[in-house]
Design a protein around this ligand. Structure first.
Ligand code: DLZ
Length: 159
């Protein structure tokens, strides 16, 4: 999937409570994703807390807890790098399906900042680090906040 065509999203997220759920595999890339998300959230004016889990497989349950705990939006960050076994497909699928399920079931927007890459170079290029072409942590945070702001103005959250 190409990153070309991504919108520049700037919204006023003040008053929103955002929870960032972040996996811990691939530390350097995760540091970049987290820094990008923090930058975007600070710019939006939203308040946020951060929860770390071991791997991307654990992101959906963390997002579910955050949504049940009253978060207005969740930002999910993780990095999955293809190895030599089908494990990659299972972890990616569990994270993607699980996060989608949490979002649709609870009505709480979940920004998807989970990189699914063939190798570490691809991940570094998307991590918002110096020399990266893309900043997926910031994009995920901006998307979550923008969607929560839209919903705040439109409809009460189903709880
Ligand atoms: C097991 C595993 C592997 C092989 N690779 C990754 C990865 O690249 N990125 C990631 O976030 N997590 C990985 N994991 C860990 C799983 O997500 C999960 O934490 C474990 O299977 C324990 O439930």
């Amino acid at each position: 999937m190409s990153g070309a065509g991504a919108p520049k999203v700037t919204v006023d997220g003040s008053g929103l409570r955002v929870v960032v759920v972040a996996a811990s595999w691939h530390e350097q890339v995760m540091d970049g994703l987290l820094a990008g998300a923090r930058r975007a959230l600070a710019e939006s004016g939203a308040d946020w807390t951060e929860v770390r889990v071991p791997g991307s497989f654990e992101l959906p349950v963390a997002a579910a807890r955050a949504a049940a705990g009253g978060a207005d939006a969740v930002v999910a960050l993780g990095v999955v790098i293809r190895g030599g076994t089908p494990h990659f497909e299972y972890v990616c699928s569990a994270a993607t399906t699980g996060l989608t399920d949490v979002s649709v079931r609870t009505g709480v927007p979940v920004g998807f900042g989970v990189l699914t890459c063939d190798d570490e170079a691809q991940a570094l290029d998307r991590a918002g680090l110096e020399g990266s072409r893309e900043d997926k942590g910031a994009e995920a945070a901006e998307a979550a906040v923008a969607t929560a702001v839209t919903f705040r103005d439109l409809v009460p959250a189903p709880r």
